[in-house]
Design a binder for this molecule. Structure first.
Ligand code: LYS
Length: 253
């Protein structure tokens, strides 16, 4: 997360300390689970027409079914999601957040629902290693762990930050940046979707555990999500959805 965004989020949690999140009973009584996501992140959450689809979309819907409710998607900018949770705009955020100590100060995370990592993605003949990135322009999405990591890489020419994952990918395809740091599965999907660009995956820069976020302190909801997640992981639902999108089971080993 962007430094200032996180600072204001922590300040906000203090200022809005009295606002209460919907508890599990209220969610169940309403029959609806409000889920925040930034849907430009294929194959995790993206849009098809007006529908939010993808691996995490189907997983969130499977979790909601276990809780006996329906998901109502609330699309939002990635850098506003965790703040929105704190302002009670959503019950959950399902948007591929890496579980970091910094974010854990602001929100609570469910048990990780997949493991992945940040890779370098470039066009053919583009830079694929940290060494090759020296002096180059690297694109990232605002507020992501990839942006954080890229800013720490030594010797880069520049780090260009874009509001959405889709924008950053377009900049790579259009040659406005030499490389794009993003999730490994997102990179694989982009390579498949734009074969003419001849995209190549390079060095894996770091690994991360991805989790669903709830408002800090909403422990009954987090526990219910964990139980539902255990259920879909045990009954074959998780494996089926994961295989549909990735051809493999991407749960943390
Ligand atoms: N896993 C990255 C992060 O935690 C990216 C999240 C999704 C971005 N649309 O920041």
């Amino acid at each position: 997360m962007h430094k200032y965004a996180l600072a204001s989020l922590i300040l906000l949690s203090g200022a809005l300390g009295t606002a209460s999140a919907r508890d599990l009973a209220a969610i169940k009584a309403s029959g609806v689970l409000y889920v925040g996501t930034e849907p430009t992140y294929a194959p995790f959450t993206y849009t098809q027409g007006k529908k939010v689809v993808g691996f995490e979309a189907e997983l969130a819907e499977a979790i909601a079914r276990k809780l006996g409710v329906k998901v109502e998607w609330r699309p939002s900018g990635f850098d506003t999601l965790l703040i929105g949770l704190d302002r009670d705009r959503f019950d959950l955020v399902v948007s591929s957040h890496g579980i970091t100590p910094e974010r854990q100060k602001a929100v609570d995370f469910a048990t990780p629902h997949y493991c992945s990592g940040g890779v370098v993605l470039a066009r053919s003949n583009g830079p694929l290693t940290v060494a090759a990135l020296k002096g180059k322009a690297v694109g990232v999405q605002l507020g992501t762990t990839y942006a954080q990591r890229a800013q720490k890489l030594p010797g880069l020419g520049s780090v260009k930050t874009y509001p959405t994952n889709a924008d950053a990918l377009q900049m790579l395809l259009g040659g406005r940046v030499n490389a794009f740091v993003t999730d490994r599965f997102v990179a694989l999907e982009a390579r498949k979707k734009f074969p003419q660009a001849n995209l190549k995956l390079g060095e894996m820069l770091f690994q991360e555990k991805i989790g669903i976020a709830v408002k800090k302190g909403n422990t009954p909801l987090r526990n219910a999500v964990n139980a539902a997640l255990r259920g879909v992981m045990a009954d074959g639902t998780y494996k089926k959805i994961s295989t549909k999108y990735f051809g493999e089971d991407i749960r943390c080993k």
